[in-house]
Design a protein around this ligand. Structure first.
Ligand SMILES: [Mg+2]
Length: 277
């Protein structure tokens, strides 16, 4: 029995779930940003006068993901022999990368505009609730390029909340410090608070195992005894791919899995129909 079938059976046994919000990761879930990284790395090599050996998108993806799994994005730069010095003041890699992002907006995945507008239209005021379903973006990335890309598709106004690097930076001493790293339950707690939603009535769509780790057992408002898990949808078309998502992750005590895994955003609408009963 797949996790999908299990979830549907659970829902059927307790009646339909009243959904309050739908949270989206951005990179690799809504925006095709891995494709942009594939363009950015050779560009950054060129800017540093480092020879770049041409590789396929598939090879790039495999090496990039393996590096991220070993460490973080700095490890990915190291994997390709590129400099990434965050101590540098001003930090050249971020300045140049942010310029590159603004000049090279990411495309959204196929079906994203349809998904967002459909959720907005069909969940206006769900039964028994005088609020429509709220949508939010949850990312540890910077907002400027994401805002530009969502605007480009006319989708920005459909979102009620965003928690991004800038918001997480507010919690550092100088208000602009390094944002919290992934996996990040604090960030999801903030998203739920801004949306006024309960975790168990919230869908979270991500594309990596880190998204899954963040979405399970979130302490609400700093209370270790008040944890909530989000209903997790994995998007198999993003950074990690279906095989990784299906493996889930093991805490040593138990293994967590995505409740649903979809290959495209049209399937996400079918998941929504399932959950609503
Ligand atoms: Mg992602």
């Amino acid at each position: 029995m797949s996790s999908h079938t299990v979830m549907v059976n659970i829902i059927k046994s307790v009646g339909e779930i009243l959904l309050e919000s739908f949270l989206f990761d951005y990179d690799g879930t809504l925006g095709k940003t891995l494709e942009r990284q594939f363009l950015w790395f050779p560009k950054w090599a060129e800017m540093n006068k480092i020879p770049w050996k041409k590789i396929s998108f598939k090879e790039f993806t495999q090496r990039y993901n393996a590096a991220i799994e070993r460490g973080d994005f700095m490890e990915a730069y190291k994997e390709f022999g590129l400099p990434c010095d965050l101590e540098e003041k001003p930090c050249r890699v971020w300045i140049e990368y942010n310029n590159f992002k603004i000049n090279n907006p990411a495309q959204l995945y196929e079906g994203v505009p349809e998904l967002i507008t459909k959720i907005h239209a069909s969940f206006s005021i769900p039964k028994y609730m005088n609020k429509r379903i709220r949508m939010g973006i949850n990312t540890t990335n910077h907002w400027s390029s994401i805002e530009q890309e969502l605007s480009m598709y006319g989708l920005l106004d459909f979102f009620d909340s965003k928690i991004s690097a800038e918001d997480l930076g507010l919690y550092s001493d100088d208000g602009v410090g390094k944002p919290l790293n992934k996996p990040n339950k604090i960030s999801l707690d903030l998203s739920l608070n801004t949306l006024g939603a309960n975790g168990f009535r919230t869908l979270f769509m991500g594309d990596t195992i880190n998204d899954l780790r963040a979405g399970k057992s979130i302490p609400r408002n700093g209370n270790a005894f008040d944890t909530e898990s989000l209903i997790m949808i994995g998007f198999a078309g993003g950074y990690a791919g279906r095989k990784k998502l299906e493996e889930g992750f093991n805490t040593g005590k138990k293994t967590y899995h995505y409740d649903y895994i979809v290959d495209n955003h049209i399937e996400t609408l079918k998941v929504l129909d399932d959950i609503r009963g």
